[in-house]
Each structure stands twice: as structure tokens, then as C-alpha cells.
Design a protein. Structure first.
Length: 318
């Protein structure tokens, strides 16, 4: 009898020891950081004028962990557009979603068109000046891609990059002089730092154009368009230099992922794959940079093609 009691006591002590050891191991396991809210480009210019379409977009964002929209906004002042943009921004802010005014033209990189870049900036700043806090745009998001200028780019890409950097500096100075605290964000390809031709001397410093751009503005969204993450040509490695540089100067960047269909080469987009595969690859990308202070989050290009990909993958989408 005494022996049986001793065995029971021993077993209880052993079980208790194993329990506390397992709890201790669990507590010492570092908790994985959650993925930051994503961003998404929205090029559909009509949504902001339709309340039902606005609700569908904003509900989609909340369901998909999207905390920022880059929303098309080429002309925001005016009796009708101003009213609708204010309503759109207010509804987004109620749902905890920030809105960056999105516009761009490759010609804005060329010096003789810099005034058009500045006119757009002034239009958004005037809109914000005449709007309540919850109606304002949170950022200016420039999509200026000078390499789309064809022959002009081929003949003088360094010169065009320098002109583009000059335009970005003019815009940033204009914002600062206005007293606005609005963010200035720009899209940029991943390959500016991969090609020695894209290294330019600007204001006595030789760097890749996207490094100069990070020096000037608040954030960038790097168009890191690959439908796979690993390897020398995968999105993890292609984003590394930019995100490390952003962290080194106390700034952040979004890593953009493409969902458009029928793009060439086909490895630049998740369009034509399925959303479960995309999310698996994005998780690898997030895990690679979640602890990097230069990582702002994932940005999805773009709303319409993303919805199409979800539907084609058998997911319910309103």
C-alpha cells in the first residue's frame, strides 16, 4: 500500500514537472509579429463617386488586412469631385483606412513638365486646406516612371533620372514650404540599384536613383514584381538593398506585388496563379522582413485584378 502511494506521488510530481517545463518552453518561444496592414493601389476612378462601390471597396480592405489605399486622384478640387473625395476619405478614415492621393505621368520626370507635377501637388494641398481633418488625404502618391518615355529614355536615361530627382526635390520643398504634414510617397522599380547605369550623381552624391529618392521623400513603394520569393531573382533578394537602405536612414518602404493578368513575362505577376499560392509566397516575403525597421508592409497592385484573382481562386468576393 505504501509502495503504491509512493508511486502515485512520484507520477504526480513527474507530471507536474513536465507540465511546468512545457509551459516554460512555450513562454520562452518568441511570439511572431503579426503582418502589418497592407496597402493597395486603386485605379478605378469612378468608385469615389458611388457610395455602394465605396462601401464594397472599404469592406474589401477590412476583410483583407488593407490599411492604406493609393486612390486615383488626378483632380480633387471642384464642386463635384471635391465633395465626393471628402465623403470617400471620411468613410475610409471611419474604418481606420488611410488614403493617399495617387497620380502620375512619365512626362512629369522631364524638366519642362515639372510644373504639371507641382500643379497636381498644389491641387491636393488646396483640397486638404479646405477640408476637415477626417476628409483630408493622408499622402501624395506619385507614380512617375520615366523609363516609359521610350526613345527619350533610351538616349538619356541618366539625364532623365536626374531630372526626375530634381522634380521630387521641388515637390518635397513645395510641401515643406506649405506647412503641410502630408506624406510624399512614390513608386519605384526594384532594378534601379541592380544596374550601374541607374547610379547617378545628384547633389554631389553617387547612388542608385531609388536611394536618392528615399533621401528626398518620406517613403517609396518598390514594384518588386515577381510571383516567387526565393532565389537570385526572387522578390526577397530583389527588395533587400532598398529595404536595408531605407532602414539605415530611418525610413520605410512598401513591397509591391502584382496581380494583373496576361502580363509578360508571366513571372512578374500572380495573375494566372491562385490566391492561396500568392499568400504562401507573400508570407515568405513578410517573414523575411518583418523585423526589418525599413519594412512598411506589402502593397497589392491592384484592386480590380486582385478581386479577379480571388474570384478565379474560388473565394467569395462582393
Amino acid at each position: 500500500m505504501i509502495l503504491m502511494c509512493a508511486k502515485k506521488i512520484f507520477l504526480l510530481i513527474l507530471l507536474g514537472f513536465l507540465f511546468f517545463m512545457s509551459v516554460g518552453a512555450y513562454c520562452n518561444t518568441p511570439l511572431q509579429k503579426p503582418e502589418p496592414p497592407r496597402a493597395m493601389w486603386v485605379w478605378d476612378v469612378k468608385i469615389f463617386q458611388d457610395e455602394e462601390a465605396t462601401d464594397r471597396l472599404l469592406n474589401f480592405c477590412k476583410e483583407r488586412n488593407i490599411g492604406t489605399v493609393f486612390y486615383t486622384a488626378y483632380k480633387v478640387t471642384g464642386n463635384y469631385t471635391g465633395k465626393d473625395y471628402r465623403r470617400f476619405n471620411k468613410q475610409a478614415h471611419k474604418r481606420g483606412i488611410s488614403v493617399q492621393a495617387l497620380a502620375g505621368d512619365p512626362r512629369w520626370a522631364v524638366e519642362k513638365y515639372h510644373h504639371r507635377f507641382l500643379e497636381w501637388v498644389n491641387d491636393v494641398l488646396e483640397f486638404n486646406k479646405n477640408s476637415s481633418a477626417d476628409e483630408k488625404f493622408d499622402g501624395l502618391h506619385a507614380d512617375v516612371e520615366p523609363y516609359l518615355m521610350g526613345k527619350m529614355w533610351e538616349e538619356n536615361n541618366k539625364g532623365m533620372l536626374i531630372q526626375y530627382l530634381d522634380s521630387a526635390k521641388k515637390v518635397k520643398d513645395f510641401i515643406n514650404n506649405s506647412g503641410s504634414k502630408i506624406l510624399f510617397v512614390a513608386d519605384t522599380p526594384f532594378w534601379y540599384d541592380d544596374d550601374a547605369v541607374m547610379w547617378v550623381q545628384w547633389q554631389k552624391k553617387v547612388s542608385p536613383a531609388n536611394y536618392h529618392l528615399l533621401d528626398i521623400i518620406d517613403m517609396i513603394a518598390i514594384m518588386d514584381y515577381r510571383n516567387f520569393t526565393e532565389g537570385d531573382n526572387g522578390s526577397i533578394l530583389l527588395a533587400k538593398n532598398e529595404i536595408d537602405y531605407a532602414a539605415s536612414i530611418g525610413k520605410k518602404l512598401y513591397i509591391g506585388q502584382e496581380t494583373g493578368k496576361n502580363l509578360q513575362p508571366d513571372y512578374i505577376t500572380f495573375g494566372g496563379t491562385n490566391v492561396d499560392y500568392m499568400e504562401k509566397e507573400i508570407k515568405k516575403l513578410v517573414d523575411a522582413y518583418i523585423d526589418n525597421p525599413g519594412f512598411a508592409g506589402i502593397a497589392i497592385h491592384h484592386y480590380i485584378s486582385y478581386k479577379r484573382l480571388l474570384k478565379e481562386s474560388g473565394k467569395a468576393v462582393e
